[in-house]
Design a protein around this ligand. Structure first.
Ligand SMILES: Nc1ncnc2c1ncn2[C@@H]1O[C@H](COP(=O)(O)OP(=O)(O)OP(=O)(O)O)[C@@H](O)[C@H]1O
Ligand SMILES: [Mg+2]
Length: 238
């Protein structure tokens, strides 16, 4: 299937011998919104880093769009990432932040201009081109970070706890804004969080990670109605 992401028995052992991921199986059709939920240290970031190509698996295979990508360098995967606290470039204005990835790819000024304009419209930031990012609200900064991640037309988008540094009220509002924008795009997204309410709101499918394994996978309603064991029940606060 086009742009399908497949993980087949993926495992990762770090140099110190600690086994951080084991037997990860995952199959995501294009456009799937997946939440990766789990406590601290369960392997969520490591899973994203493997998919991004920032780590290589020690066992198993990762496929994208029918191609085995275990050893493909990150930039050739054409995947996008959005990090905690958004990691914007504080000394650049909104336009230059969003156009950053395109400049790195050697796009012409005109092409960058057009694409940045599209991204500003998508994220409701038209007219913000010249604003400095440190003069923006939390919500506006988040939309700049999203626009920057989407500008190079990634084939897949990963968000690693994008809201965890914010207070609860703002988090709720920004999550709603973020999911509304992403739901209009047919791009596969993996949204990492340790908060089950956030996971259920952000994804139509959820995997719950525990000590490097997928403890349970399903739709939010399935997980709430039929938690597999006591650990899942407690983790979900049921
Ligand atoms: N480079 C590394 N070398 C050795 N161990 C590592 C390395 N990176 C991560 N780990 C370990 O792997 C385990 C999983 O880490 P990971 O960052 O994937 O967890 P996480 O679920 O993202 O946690 P958090 O919610 O705190 O971000 C942890 O025990 C961590 O200490
Ligand atoms: Mg993490």
């Amino acid at each position: 299937m086009e742009n399908e992401l497949v993980l087949d028995q993926v495992g990762k052992i770090f140099d110190d011998g600690s086994l951080v991921l084991r037997h990860i199986d995952l199959r995501l059709a294009q456009g799937t919104k997946l939440s990766v939920l789990g406590p601290s240290g369960s392997g969520k970031t490591t899973l994203l880093r493997l998919i991004a190509g920032l780590e290589t698996p020690d066992s198993g295979n990762i496929f994208f769009d029918g191609q085995r990508i275990n050893d493909l360098p990150p930039h050739q995967r054409r995947f996008g990432m959005m990090f905690q606290e958004f990691a914007l470039f504080p000394h650049m204005n909104v336009h230059d932040n969003i156009g950053y990835g395109l400049r790195m790819k050697g796009f012409s000024r005109d092409r960058i201009q057009v694409r940045v304009k599209e991204m500003l419209a998508l994220t409701g930031l038209s007219g913000f081109e010249k604003r400095q990012v440190d003069a923006l609200s939390g919500g506006e900064r988040q939309r700049v970070a999203l626009a920057r991640a989407l500008a190079p037309e990634p084939r897949l988008l990963m968000l690693d706890e994008p809201l965890s540094s914010l207070d609860r009220v703002l988090r709720k509002r920004l999550l709603a804004e973020l999911t509304a924008i992403l739901s209009r795009l047919n791009i596969t997204t993996l949204f990492v969080t340790h908060d089950h309410e956030e996971a259920f709101a952000a994804g139509s499918r959820v995997i719950i990670m525990n000590q490097g394994s997928i403890e349970q996978a399903g739709r939010p309603d399935e997980l709430v109605q039929s938690p597999k064991n006591q650990w899942v029940r407690e983790f979900l606060g049921l």
